[in-house]
Design a protein around this ligand. Structure first.
Ligand code: F6R
Length: 261
């Protein structure tokens, strides 16, 4: 696990974009896992900028989103499929049908989760998975007590997560769905490279438990300690409770930068 705490916050989006672009460069038909939420937005903005500057093309790439609310109307602006389209995929050149979404209105949610796993497998698995982290320690919507072996399935959101996400629903908790579809921890652990992004003091405790806490289903993100290739990109505030933050900073500073993430 590599923990990177750049001095400049903008460097987080740039480093993550470098990793995505380097992947596409060596494997134009790469499979990218896309997170929603606020944390990846600067990365998506940077990727759109690079695409418009002719520096990267997603025309042969495939993408899979991580999760989706259950029951939001198809045109709801906070349905994750719409958020991903509006914030990223509609602004670059993915081919039609190359971006895969979970459907929170599917008549048979469980069957759809099985199909989604099959689609990921058929695509050859995820090369690079972008993640945020919830204050509950969740990745995707795998809340505390999620099995480390879990696959894509229906989950209930914790009150804490619904409260955190009420900001996207005019601050109205009642509008935040209770149920969601989410890739499982077992699914995420099969991605070949995981890039997790966190900003702000509100994430400091979750980031500390992810990196330095015991591996426990009470902090689902801590399973990433068992993944062979994880890059944790955090700003000074999100990394502020890491006991060994000085070590992580010096290790990154002394790493030959051409190695990338
Ligand atoms: C979203 C997702 C969630 C978020 C997490 C952090 O697809 O999988 O795990 O990454 O809730 O959300 P933000 O980035 O809004 O703080």
């Amino acid at each position: 696990m590599e923990i990177i705490i750049p001095d400049e916050t903008t460097a987080i989006a740039e480093l993550a974009a470098d990793a995505v672009c380097a992947l596409i460069d060596r494997k134009p038909d790469a499979v990218i896992g896309l997170a929603t939420g606020s944390s990846p937005l600067p990365l998506y903005a940077e990727l759109i900028r690079r695409y418009k500057a002719g520096e990267v093309s997603f025309s042969r790439a495939t993408a899979f989103t991580l999760d989706e609310y259950v029951g939001l109307p198809k045109d709801h602006p906070e349905a994750y499929a719409n958020v991903i389209r509006n914030e990223f995929t509609d602004h670059v050149d993915f081919a039609d049908g190359a971006v895969h979404y979970l459907d929170g209105l599917a008549p048979d949610l469980a069957a759809q989760c099985v199909t989604y796993e099959e689609e990921i497998a058929r695509a050859g698995g995820v090369d690079l998975q972008i993640l945020g982290i919830g204050t509950s320690g969740h990745i995707a919507f795998n809340e505390p007590s999620s099995s480390f072996a879990s696959r894509t399935r229906v989950k209930s959101l914790m009150p804490q997560t619904r409260q955190d996400n009420a900001r996207f629903f005019d601050g109205d908790l009642d509008q935040v769905p209770v149920y969601c579809l989410t890739q499982g921890l077992g699914t995420i652990m099969e991605a070949r490279h995981v890039v997790l992004i966190a900003y702000g003091q509100g994430k400091a405790d979750a980031v500390r438990r992810l990196v330095e806490g015991p591996v426990s289903s009470m902090c689902p993100a801590s399973i990433l300690q068992h993944h062979p290739h994880v890059s944790i990109l955090v700003d000074g505030e999100a990394g502020g409770e890491l006991e060994h933050r000085d070590y992580y900073r010096s290790a990154w500073k002394n790493k030959p930068q051409w190695q990338g993430l």
